[in-house]
Design a protein around this ligand. Structure first.
Ligand code: NAD
Length: 357
């Protein structure tokens, strides 16, 4: 396969981890006989410094012409001035908008070797394997908002809006993913209170009955889900929900595996390239020290291979190479507890060697 992959290293540890991600992609290409043409483009704080814009037009053009995008992270204290004209995060929001990335996928898997780092007991979390689908471009974050006069001072409002089409497309994506996994989809809403959730539930039910009768389907209220997620996380396979509920639940779920450095995410649209990234930020406190954990980025590479390039064997090979690195006891500082640790580049060596062995 010939594929065009855009690399957006970004700020802080972004360039260090994306450089390792690139090595993994090169190793996959060599092992499986593919040709990946990779080009780097600026986004975030470094793009503000060089071009006065966190998402320069050439970066947008390159992303639109690509098959998939691998992002490091953006932001840092250097660009935190609240009076600044623009901010690195604007680049991130804009690229999602430009590419119509309405679905955010976040897999939550626990790694047996690290499960004791979870704040929850081993018997509750070990074996957890959930794939979240969070709607990313609608709901209360994008509805009408403002302030108006009120006898007590002011009144502020945010409108929560979802249309039939927006619900159908995310439920379909999630149900298709469930079909390829353990065949179970859970939709999370607040239909006992919100009209928006009642439409969500009605549309989701119709899509599931008409198009996915083979997928086990259930609904859970958001408040119950917040409890079930930490009480019985192993009971969930694929979870689909709206923007704000997904924002909160995926952060809650990210605590289950016990380390931020191991969680990837993907943002997908109906067509065009997907955007893949680790869920952690730019970690300015450790930038340039060659100690960042690149494993979440490698798992983001696995998602890129699976979802944008449809290369499932290649994706499985990357996941297996990461799993072997952990099984063999290799740890970067953040997951080493009091034991010995290796550097970002050494972890890159280990995973590339596992892949090519
Ligand atoms: P962060 O995730 O960058 O860091 C939190 C803590 O985790 C830090 O101690 C950091 O050293 C550690 N950490 C994070 N990733 C690590 C890794 N791969 N290996 C080892 N340790 C790691 O969150 P923060 O400190 O709140 O944010 C820093 C900057 O990142 C901010 O400017 C924020 O806006 C930005 N941010 C960007 C994104 C993104 O680009 N998608 C996401 C979150 C935060």
């Amino acid at each position: 396969m010939d594929a065009k992959i855009v690399l957006l290293p970004g700020d802080g540890i972004g360039p260090e981890i994306v450089a390792q991600g690139k090595r993994v992609l090169e190793a996959v290409a060599a092992k499986f006989g593919h040709s990946f043409s990779m080009s780097e483009h600026p986004i975030g704080g470094n793009a503000i410094d060089s071009f006065g814009d966190p998402l320069p037009q050439p970066t947008i053009d390159a992303c639109k012409a690509s098959d998939a995008i691998l992002l490091g992270a953006v932001g840092g204290p250097k660009w935190d001035d609240p009076t600044a004209k623009t901010r690195p995060e604007v680049g991130l929001l804009k690229i999602r908008q430009e590419l119509g990335l309405f679905a955010n996928l976040r897999p939550i898997e626990t790694w047996d070797e690290l499960v004791d780092a979870s704040p929850l007991r081993r018997e509750i979390v070990a074996g957890t394997d959930i794939l979240f689908f969070r709607e990313l471009t609608g709901g209360i974050y994008f509805g009408d908002s403002g302030r108006r006069p009120h006898p007590s001072g002011e009144q502020a409002y945010n409108e929560m809006v979802y249309s039939t089409g927006e619900i159908e497309r995310i439920v379909r994506l999630a149900a298709e993913a469930a079909r390829g996994r353990r065949g179970h989809l859970t939709s999370v809403d607040k239909a006992n209170v919100l009209e928006v959730s009642r439409l969500w539930r009605q549309v989701a039910q119709r899509v599931m009955t008409e198009e996915f009768p083979d997928v086990k389907y259930d609904v859970v209220l958001i408040d119950s889900m917040a409890m079930h997620l930490i009480a019985r996380p192993k009971d969930f396979d694929v979870v689909v929900t709206g923007n704000m509920f997904g924002d909160i639940l995926t952060d809650e779920a990210s605590m289950l595996p016990g380390s931020l450095g191991l969680l990837p995410s993907a943002s997908l649209g109906s067509d065009g390239p997907g955007l893949y990234e680790p869920i952690h930020g730019s970690a300015p406190d450790i930038a340039g020290m060659n100690i960042a954990n690149p494993l979440a980025t490698f798992l983001a590479v696995a998602m890129l291979l699976r979802h944008s390039l449809k290369l499932n064997d290649e994706a499985d090979a990357v996941s297996a190479a990461v799993a072997k690195a952990l099984k063999d006891g290799h740890r970067t500082k953040d997951i080493a507890a009091k034991g010995p640790s290796i550097s970002t580049t050494e972890m890159g060596d280990v995973v590339v060697n596992n892949l090519t062995a």
